[in-house]
Ligand binder design. Structure first.
Ligand code: BEZ
Length: 196
């Protein structure tokens, strides 16, 4: 599989039948929103966990010294917090370009939180898309110890900035939403130890 997944993604789902579609963000999409959307809601998906197992050769690292960014791995019973955006299908050209380094779009059930006058809040299940870097993509780095992941992230920088800032921004966003994530917080703590 090539590094650039834009053409594969274009062919994976026929978005022509949709006016609007939901996309689920579990990483930088939670706090770095550089696209137009119709509505944004807190949301979750089930049976997946976040891991810093995907290589970043284009944003938070380089081809010679890749950084580590998030992908999803199956994790039965897990609830994963994120953000759901309802977008016009044209937004996928931008997202496919932004996330072209090995990520493929997958259809997924998204549980969207909606404030409801009667019940305070309610969850609605919608079908949407999520970007996943699977183990067979060439940018995949895979499992490693928290210390190894933190060391690699600590020393990586790419066109979008320092890899460690990607982790700190996500950890801060999860704290703001009161949605702790064991893996993210463990990598953040290991990075902070390296700063000392
Ligand atoms: C996200 O921020 O949710 C995201 C993570 C990996 C690839 C694309 C988007």
């Amino acid at each position: 599989m090539s590094f650039d997944t834009q053409n594969i993604n274009k062919q994976r789902q026929n978005l022509d039948s949709y006016e609007q579609i939901w996309v689920f963000g579990y990483g930088s999409l939670i706090h770095k929103v550089d696209f137009e959307y119709i509505q944004r809601c807190d949301a979750c998906i089930y049976d997946f966990a976040r891991r810093f197992w995907q290589g970043s050769h284009d944003h938070r690292g380089t081809v010679d010294a890749p950084g580590r960014v998030l992908t999803l791995v199956p994790s039965t019973g897990e609830r994963l917090f994120g953000a759901a955006f309802q977008v016009n299908k044209e937004v996928f050209a931008h997202l496919d370009h932004r996330e072209k380094n090995g990520y493929l779009r997958h259809e997924i059930d998204i549980f969207v939180s909606q404030t409801d006058a009667q019940t305070d809040s309610a969850e609605k299940k919608v079908k949407g898309l999520v970007y996943v870097g699977e183990p067979d993509n060439v940018a995949y780095l895979g499992e490693a110890s928290i210390e190894h992941i933190a060391k690699q992230i600590y020393s990586s920088v790419g066109p979008s900035g320092a890899n460690k800032d990607y982790v700190y921004a996500l950890a801060d966003a999860l704290r703001i939403h009161n949605e702790p994530d064991e893996h993210v917080f463990a990598v953040e703590a290991a990075l902070l130890a390296l700063e000392e």
